[in-house]
Every structure is written in structure tokens, then in C-alpha cells.
Design a protein around this ligand. Structure first.
Ligand SMILES: [Zn+2]
Length: 85
């Protein structure tokens, strides 16, 4: 067992059961199709997007290479505690 170097241990521990439940509810509805995380801003993984003429359908997406985009404001499901039932 090695300690994760950059994991802030205090963060996940401060969430209440209610907050965790809300997070998973938001995640199920708003999960980003491009990076798989939950975030409010535009997806940082997406370099550029091409839409159809109506501007509704994404025709093409270009991604930044792995490690070249900032994911610090994304919540990842693997960092979240499981919902207590
Ligand atoms: Zn995203």
C-alpha cells in the first residue's frame, strides 16, 4: 500500500450523506459524455467541436491528448463515496 500523493483526504470526508446523494443524482443526469466526469463549465477535455447547421447535433469532437488538459474542477465518480442506502 502506498499513499496517494495528491489526494486531499479532508475533502471527501466532509461530505454528508445528503450531499453524496445529491452528487450522484446530478451525476446521473449531467455526466459529461466527453470526459465521463461531472463539471459545470465547458468540458476541458474538448479541444474543438463541430455542430450541424441547427447547432444542436455534434458532428465532430476533437480532444486534447491525455495529460494535456486540466481536470482539477471535474468531479470523478471514483473519487466519490458510494451512496448509502
Ligand atoms: Zn467533460
Amino acid at each position: 500500500m502506498t499513499e496517494p500523493e495528491d489526494a486531499p483526504p479532508e475533502e471527501a470526508g466532509e461530505l454528508t450523506a445528503e450531499e453524496i446523494r445529491e452528487w450522484w443524482a446530478a451525476y446521473r443526469e449531467q455526466r459529461c459524455p466527453w470526459c465521463g466526469g461531472l463539471h459545470v463549465r465547458a468540458c476541458p477535455r474538448v479541444k474543438s467541436m463541430r455542430f450541424d447547421n441547427a447547432g444542436e447535433k455534434v458532428l465532430e469532437v476533437a480532444f486534447w491528448p491525455d495529460g494535456k488538459w486540466l481536470d482539477s474542477f471535474i468531479d470523478w465518480p471514483e473519487d466519490m463515496p458510494e451512496e448509502s442506502t
